[in-house]
Design a protein around this ligand. Structure first.
Ligand code: GLU
Length: 491
């Protein structure tokens, strides 16, 4: 249950702009957005860019564009401002410095002069003893003299948080229930690096507290960071938010979702022609299971229904078949014009149409796209299904298709069909159906000897768009020439 503090509900999404925007990040953003909308609160977008080497403005732009594409609008934060800015961590360094001074002055943090080599040696030693690697506190109680010597030797200190001993850190997680950690397993951790930049576990606390975040809803991978963060809150006397850690996303083979499982970034799905509403629908169901059987939800419905109560503790499995099914449901709702608009770049990339589409071709193209709609899960699949409408150089897909046309009965069907087509200028879907049925009756042949052979003659394949839409769109002339071509091919 979400409990509102003084009726205030402020959540945030705080991505690190370090690469392609992963669908896991999009899901965290979505959950926060849904909660903010549901409880009439605010969603804050903060950029956590203190890892200078890995962060880039390009990635930040990409994240913002992807959020906007998904329809996840934030109320405060980067780009739009608010009362708690700046919203980019690298622009908040003086704020962190002020709190660091306080922690140092109160003895709750101290300077550590250990070199990387010394720390690594300590780590190896602990590992060899089968213990959890942690800082054992070599610089915890340096005298002023000892410290001066290290400074004189040119050592640049980091700042470490003094973790209290023998403390049980227990909190209520809105997804996982009661969670406890023992402070003795933590070790004094670095809060400010030797270059003066704060680390995530420290900056995140000051930002969440100063931005008055009431609920920190984020990925499970941060669960183990939470005790460190709670210690910082406590040391500074800052009020704790409610934490909620949403489960990992696994691939279908139950290993952590990675590139191996297919597309992992929002951009890739956008490029493949998934619809944002479908992606949102799918992401909402990644870990959240509303009561009932319904699977298609509009954003408005999600906002009304979404709650952490039905967010599962166990990992969510990324099922691409489910995403494809959901997307195909949304594609069905598009008009032929809209679907064609989305398909144009894919058809161009596949070389099926040129850069400029002659206006008189548009109507035909829209009908082609409409005819393949039921076979596709995402728009990038349009060209592979639409290709049969473009390319008249039919080749037989395999020996089986060639054999179908070699049947002497089939030759009679084709002759009869050609003769009838020759009488026409154009043909409708109903005429196709009626003509082929009549031919079957007259030649005393079942549908199997009529419809399938005609399909094979026109496409070289046994599967594809319905003849009722294919033939009218090819037109009489191209239908006839394809039949002649294919029959000659198998002679
Ligand atoms: N910058 C962190 C990340 O992208 C955010 C973690 C948090 O939400 O506290 O994983």
């Amino acid at each position: 249950m979400i409990e509102l503090t003084e009726n205030k509900f402020r959540v945030r999404f705080a991505p690190s702009p370090t690469g392609p925007f992963h669908i896991g990040g999009a899901r965290s953003a979505l959950f926060n957005w849904l909660l903010a909308r549901r409880y009439g609160g605010q969603l804050i977008l903060r950029i956590e860019d203190t890892d200078l080497e890995r962060s880039s403005r390009e990635s930040e732009e990409n994240i913002k564009a992807a959020l906007r594409w998904l329809g996840i609008e934030w109320d405060e934060g980067i780009d739009i401002g608010g009362d708690h800015g700046p919203y980019r961590q690298t622009e908040r360094l003086p704020i962190y410095a002020e709190y660091t001074q306080r922690l140092l002055a109160e003895g709750k943090a101290y300077r550590c002069y250990c070199t990387d080599e010394e720390l690594e040696a300590e780590r190896q030693e602990l590992l060899a003893k089968g213990e959890t690697p942690r800082y054992l506190g070599k610089c915890r109680n340096l005298s002023a003299d000892e410290e001066q010597k290290l400074i004189d030797a040119g050592r640049k200190p980091t700042i470490r948080f003094r973790v209290p001993e023998n403390q049980n850190i227990t909190f209520h997680d809105a997804v996982r229930g009661t969670v406890s950690f023992d402070s003795n397993g933590i070790g004094d951790f670095v809060i400010v690096k030797s270059d003066g930049l704060p680390v995530y576990n420290y900056a995140v606390v000051l930002d969440d507290a100063l931005m008055e975040i009431t609920h920190v809803i984020r990925a499970e991978e941060h669960l183990s960071n939470t005790p460190r963060q709670i210690l910082v809150y406590q040391a500074l006397g800052l009020p704790l938010p409610t934490f909620g850690h949403i489960s990992l996303i696994l691939g279908k083979d139950r290993s952590k979702m990675s590139k191996r499982h297919g597309a992992t970034s929002v951009d890739q799905y956008k490029a493949l022609g998934y619809l944002p509403a479908a992606v949102v629908n799918f992401l909402a169901l990644l870990g959240w299971a509303p009561p009932g059987e319904q699977e298609i939800f509009s954003s408005a419905e999600l906002i009304e229904l979404f709650s952490l109560d039905h967010v599962a503790k166990n990992p969510a499995v990324f099922d691409i078949d489910k995403l494809n099914w959901i997307n195909s449901q949304y594609l069905k709702k598009l008009s032929e014009e809209e679907l064609t608009e989305m398909a144009l770049p894919h058809l161009k990339a596949a070389g099926l149409i040129g850069e400029e589409l002659p206006p008189e071709r548009l109507d035909w193209l829209q009908q082609v796209v409409g005819a393949v709609r039921e076979y596709i899960s995402f728009v990038a699949q349009v060209p592979e299904h639409a290709a049969v409408f473009f390319n008249d150089d039919i080749i037989m897909e395999n020996e089986e298709t060639a054999a179908i046309l070699r049947d002497p009965d089939v030759a009679r069907v084709m002759d009869e069909f050609l003769a009838r087509l020759a009488q026409l200028d154009a043909i409708t879907g109903e005429q196709v159906n009626a003509t082929l049925k009549t031919i079957g009756k007259e030649l005393k042949l079942g549908g199997k000897k009529v419809f399938m052979p005609v399909r094979v003659a026109l496409t070289g394949k046994m599967h594809g768009p319905d003849l009722v839409s294919l033939i009218p769109l090819l037109g009489v002339e191209r239908t006839m020439s394809r039949i002649r071509h294919s029959m000659a091919l198998v002679k």
